[in-house]
Design a binder for this molecule. Structure first.
Ligand SMILES: *Cc1c(COP(=O)(O)O)cnc(C)c1O
Length: 248
């Protein structure tokens, strides 16, 4: 069982950090006049082992985020393997998997096999590849259109002006379910401004696609701003798991 390898104290460490983040979320919801149950926490576990995911599941985490296909596929396989064995309640849970990283068409088939939600669809080619992958896997995936709020091509996302068109493409796919939008706040910019812009894009898409109600925004450093601007899904990594290796 993956959990057996966890260093002593790791569970307590994760529990304390998770509780601190939950408290931040609750306070931000109160400040924004929003209901806590309308804001979902996705714990981003990239660079951390499957044993941490198992511990988090045991602590009540229902959703995890991953950003690299190979790493994510291996981790999910390890967790499913543990869940299929004779493990106790902690090891038997495989949380919902959200793919939040840059998406290449050639990886779409693999991602469609283990991810439940894909946050980072930013071009039609990727949407088509993911739809084909989901069909082959006999699944339907929840999909968010990633919006670029700073027009930096290295960070992913469709330009604001083309987000509606891409949402239409996703909504037209037989094996993808358009759920809403996702964005990462631009580096060195005011997150409030960025998340306000994202809320405007989300509202525009919702006019044509009433079911696209999810707004994925907010990470360890800016989750309060995201909640203030209507985020429904937070993607929090380092505030819960600790700092990742500097080089990605
Ligand atoms: C890594 C990552 C996160 C988590 O970031 P933290 O600052 O560690 O909370 C969120 N979203 C995406 C797209 C990521 O790649």
């Amino acid at each position: 069982m993956a959990e057996a390898a966890a260093p002593t104290g790791r569970r307590e460490q994760l529990a304390a950090a998770l509780a601190a983040v939950q408290e931040r979320i609750e306070r931000a919801c109160t400040a924004a006049g929003r209901r806590r149950e309308d804001v979902h926490l996705v714990v981003v576990t990239k660079f951390f082992p499957a044993s941490d995911v198992a511990l988090l599941a045991g602590l009540g985490v229902t959703d995890v985020g991953e950003s690299r296909d190979q790493e994510a596929a291996a981790k999910v396989a390890e967790l499913r393997c543990a869940a299929a064995g004779d493990e106790g309640p902690d090891g038997a849970i495989v949380p919902r998997v959200h793919f939040v990283g840059r998406l290449q068409s050639r990886k779409a088939g693999s991602i469609a096999r283990y991810a439940d939600v894909v946050h980072s669809v930013d071009r039609a080619k990727v949407a088509h590849a993911l739809d084909r992958g989901a069909q082959a896997a006999g699944r339907t995936l929840d999909v968010l259109v990633q919006v670029s709020l700073d027009a930096d091509p290295d960070r992913g996302g469709v330009p604001v002006g083309q987000a509606g068109e891409l949402a239409d493409v996703v909504a037209g796919m037989g094996h993808l379910r358009l759920r809403g939008v996702m964005a990462v706040a631009p580096l060195g910019a005011e997150p409030d401004r960025a998340f306000a812009d994202l809320a405007t894009v989300a509202a525009g898409i919702r006019e044509r696609h009433p079911g696209a109600t999810w707004v994925s925004a907010g990470m360890s450093g800016d989750l309060e701003a995201a909640i203030a601007h209507g985020a429904t899904h937070l993607r929090v990594g380092s505030a819960i798991l600790g700092s990742r290796p500097a080089h990605r």
